[in-house]
Design a protein. Structure first.
Length: 115
């Protein structure tokens, strides 16, 4: 974004201390540093699994990024530890279709409810 100032602890990608092993690893480390987030709190495996579960159970294309945002936001505002937020979201995503239908969701999963 034009006109933004990097975080004071920003380390340019070409000056990373540890060489990343994958493009995702490089992205996470670079973004975390740029945002001033301790990369040690990022559980890539758990967050990736949650995003995949949400995409499969809830729907695409929006469930995965919105789930990740809400889990991170909840942890960021102090609603509880990140691991708890991940587990709670994963539990909600399990059998989401059945839960949605029990709440009165449309009979045809592929179409929005008629208004």
């Amino acid at each position: 974004m034009t006109g933004t100032t990097p975080h004071p602890d920003h380390v340019p990608a070409d000056r990373l201390i540890e060489p990343p092993t994958t493009p995702l690893d490089a992205w996470v480390h670079t973004l975390a540093r740029d945002l001033g987030v301790d990369v040690g709190v990022v559980d890539e495996q758990a967050l990736t699994a949650l995003a995949q579960h949400a995409a499969r159970s809830v729907g695409r294309p929006g469930a995965s990024p919105l789930t990740a945002f809400l889990v991170g936001y909840a942890a960021g505002i102090g609603a509880g530890p990140l691991t708890d937020a991940i587990h709670r979201a994963d539990d909600l995503a399990t059998d989401w279709y059945a839960r949605y239908m029990a709440m009165g969701g449309p009979n045809d999963w592929s179409r929005p409810a008629a208004t």
